[in-house]
Design a binder for this molecule. Sequence first.
Ligand code: 13P
Length: 259
Amino acid sequence: MNRKYRKTVIAGNWKMNKTPSETKEFMTAFKAILPKGRWCDVALCVPAVCIPTAVRAMRETRVGIGAENMNANASGAYTGEISADMLTDAGCKYVIIGHSERREMYGETDADVNAKVLTALNAGLTPIMCCGETLEQREAGVTMEHIAMQIKMGLRGVSEDKIRKVVIAYEPIWAIGTGRTATPEQAQEVCEGIRAVVRKLYSSKNARAISVLYGGSMNEKNAYELLAQPDIDGGLIGGASLVPEKFVKIIEAANQPTE
Ligand code: 13P
């Protein structure tokens, strides 16, 4: 982390877990133990039907609610889809875009991700744009090429004045839900590489200001060490964000000294 130049963001991704009733229970317990300090931004990205409950519960707190996906189009005949306006009107501040599960299971391409990032920014949502390599790509030594391609494609057309509103999440696919976390060094190397890509595309100032998160089996035990890395500005947390005590411990790990 480097709190001098950029925001630290701890974001949960509930995926397809918890009903609205369970959301209410979680929020009550979470609110009761939420740390008081203001050292990082906290986001919880929840299933669409849980958004109203989550927004209502977190209204007077600093926790922003987000969605896990959205459609790039403004409105129309897209049965089952949700637009950016619907999300903002429901009180969302964030939206996860291009999670590897959506890319792998629902065929989302870099072009889809790009269209969604642009739509989210126009609507005033903070896109949490995900990237990450497979184990095969890592073993073949093409991790950074792959990530650079995802970043360049995902950010196409994002203007100089909007780039700082984008949050990038590095999530190695082999580390998601596997309990196999990237080492702090591995995660740092790629997050630093992502910042270098942003530097090339934009400027040093913008690269320094953008928040790059790590995701993939981040938990209350390994968060401190991961967040101690200079280019890891937070986390995108799956499993551990479903348990208030664990998620709070990760938020607390963001309250460590930085340069
Ligand atoms: P886990 O923390 O469960 O590995 O999930 C990571 C993730 O995919 C967050 O988006």
